[in-house]
Design a binder for this molecule. Structure first.
Ligand SMILES: [Zn+2]
Length: 233
């Protein structure tokens, strides 16, 4: 096998490695939590914060209502007990009861609002949690496939790297330096086959002397136009 043909094999391996590594980068990026998952988590957390606040507000209003109910009951018991006989004292007691009942009416209104607000907050929370679960389940399902793909890619990369090492061992340091340099500057294509007597890299026909070199095969024949190494197949 000519040096150029070995280089062509090496390039095939390197192109495969480029493709595998590119895909591995994509897979690794996709295995991180997506923006969609993060947004769903944030929305559920926000809904929970509101629900927790509304639950506490309702509890506090209920406690205040209970205290007020007790006060009203006690005042009414005193009023109807017959203990208080002084008309002025009785009137004061009646006024107190009326005032407590007005407070109670206002409180009942607030409590009703708090209960409605809480009901809505609980409904929103339930919906956000369901959405979060659904999005995370889809994300986890995709993770299983991606994890398997990553394992395959890493095994393929190991295999190709072994082949790359053994192929490079067949070539001299100067040949490899030329190849590596051309790969860097020629979009990854250092070696090209001849296609109908033209360079497959740029389409230009090589000169007579280049064709001669190609036939002899003891040194690299290079396209006079794009400088790539040519291989006759
Ligand atoms: Zn060319």
């Amino acid at each position: 096998m000519s040096k150029a043909q070995i280089l062509l094999d090496l390039q095939e391996i390197d192109l495969t490695l480029d493709r595998l590594n590119k895909r591995l980068t994509e897979v690794k990026a996709a295995r991180r939590e997506t923006d969609e998952v993060k947004a769903a988590q944030a929305a559920a957390w926000q809904a929970e914060k509101i629900a927790v606040h509304d639950r506490a507000a309702r509890k506090e209003l209920e406690a205040t209502t209970t205290t007020l109910d007790t006060k009203i009951t006690q005042a009414e018991q005193r009023l109807y007990s017959g203990i208080v006989k002084n008309p002025k004292e009785l009137l004061d007691l009646q006024n107190d009861i009326a005032s407590l009942k007005r407070q109670k009416a206002t409180l009942d209104e607030k409590l009703l609002q708090a209960m409605l607000s809480l009901e809505e907050a609980e409904a929103v929370l339930k919906q956000r949690l369901a959405e979060q679960q659904q999005i995370e389940a889809a994300w986890r399902a995709s993770q299983t496939d991606l994890a398997a793909e990553q394992t395959r890619l890493e095994a393929d990369i190991t295999q190709q790297t072994l082949e790359q090492t053994s192929t490079r061992a067949q070539l001299s340091a100067s040949d490899l330096a030329l190849y590596d340099q051309l790969r860097r500057h020629k979009s990854g294509l250092a070696v090209v086959e001849m296609d109908h007597n033209a360079c497959r890299g740029c389409g230009v026909k090589p000169t007579h002397s280049v064709v001669q070199q190609l036939r002899q095969g003891d040194q690299f024949a290079r396209c006079g136009n794009c400088q790539r190494i040519l291989v006759q197949v």
